[in-house]
Ligand binder design. Structure first.
Ligand code: XIL
Length: 366
């Protein structure tokens, strides 16, 4: 018997309801499968993300994604000097302690970012230090001793000094620290951190070293000098806030040169950006104002290639891990910092996985 559809409208309704139900069930189960796969579960090295701890613990969905994908955690801002010691003698350990207890509960490694960075030096330190460099060196020593000592054995590694070279080229950045203590402040920071926790992995961390070979070679020269003088550096952190148009060949070259030092290699702040910022706050050109499917796919490929290069070029025993800087397009620092649209993360602004997520996953599995 052949039914004429219009005679049985209720069948049509049932069909639509069924299809809708199946679609939702299918989407949920896809989502669950993805989350069950979790990046950390298919990786031989730690996979981390930087987070704002208060935002994380107050957002169930974000937290579920964080816990299922990552086994290493870094604070975006909460462990910088500006947060830890905003005023003289007023240590503020609260958020760092919260990160540690969160990490402990969820079996995650804590990575300390950072000890010395010109961009996060409190005003009061600058004012006092500019008048008295002896005080400044003693302050740096005591700060590092107290901070690293407090988390001895609990924080696995530290970005001891962040961004001590200019954005491009081979010159040391003329920061407050450099101007008052000379370049020796870098070596001393490593010495002080090592004194406070001899087992912590101690990193020098910077950006553009995957694309600017002059800057990379200046950093490698510093590493050689450190080794010759017995300065306890144990890792190089590539921030790796890369752009879609940075050639993979240059990234591969830089990783290889850095790995030849024998130090630990951390991709410490990964995101893959479309627009062209100029490394300065609020600076750059917004070429892209809409994210197309094609761009999403290309970004997925770029994530995959990056992970594969890390796995293939960096020897296993030097693979400290890969850390994303925020992991959703909703929370990414890129948009606010450079004041332009972008979609650099593996989850979109609705917290759904992007092709970037699957590219990352494939890169790990390959
Ligand atoms: C960023 C934070 O994510 C922002 O919230 C803040 O406004 C500026 O700092 N390189 C680093 C990180 O080493 O500390 C920076 O974090 C991003 C660039």
């Amino acid at each position: 018997m052949i039914y004429k559809k219009q005679n049985f409208p209720e069948i049509k309704v049932i069909q639509v309801v069924l299809i809708l139900f199946l679609c939702t069930a299918c989407k949920n189960s896809n989502q669950k499968t993805i989350e069950a796969a979790g990046l950390k579960n298919v990786s031989e090295f730690p996979i981390g993300t930087a987070v704002n701890i208060n935002r994380l613990i107050n957002d169930d969905r974000l937290m579920a994604l964080q816990v299922s994908n990552f086994n290493s955690i870094t604070a975006t801002n909460d462990m910088k000097m500006q947060s830890i010691l905003p005023a003289e003698n007023q240590f503020n350990w609260k958020k760092a302690d919260t990160i540690l207890s969160f990490a402990n509960k969820h079996n995650q490694r804590v990575f300390g970012h950072n000890l010395i960075w010109h961009s996060s030096t409190p005003k009061w330190v600058e004012e006092k230090g500019a008048k008295d460099s002896l005080w400044l060196d003693t302050f740096m020593k005591e700060y590092i001793h107290k901070y690293v000592g407090r988390y001895k054995g609990k924080v696995a590694g530290w970005d001891v000094v962040n961004e001590a070279f200019e954005s491009s080229g081979d010159a040391y950045r003329k920061t407050f620290w450099y101007n008052n203590l000379g370049k020796e402040y870098i070596a001393n920071a490593f010495r002080y951190a090592h004194e406070a926790d001899p087992d912590a992995v101690l990193f020098y961390n910077d950006f553009n070293i995957e694309r600017d070979t002059t800057k990379l070679h200046a950093l490698l020269k510093m590493v050689d000098e450190f080794k010759a003088k017995g300065v306890p550096i144990s890792g190089i952190g590539f921030q790796m806030n890369i752009r879609m148009d940075i050639p993979d060949e240059i990234i591969a070259y830089s990783l290889k040169k850095a790995a030849e030092t024998g130090l630990q290699i951390h991709l410490s702040e990964v995101d893959i950006i479309f627009n062209t910022h100029n490394d300065e706050r609020l600076g750059g050109i917004e070429n892209y104002s809409v994210l197309t499917d094609e761009m999403k796919q290309a970004q997925g490929e770029k994530y995959k290639n990056l992970i594969k290069m890390y796995k293939e070029i960096v020897p296993k025993k030097q693979q400290f891990g890969i850390t994303l800087w925020d992991f959703t397009d909703r929370d990414t620092w890129i948009i606010g910092f450079f004041n332009m649209k972008d979609w650099p993360s593996i989850y979109d602004d609705k917290l759904q996985p992007k092709p970037a997520y699957f590219g990352f996953l494939e890169g790990l599995k390959d």
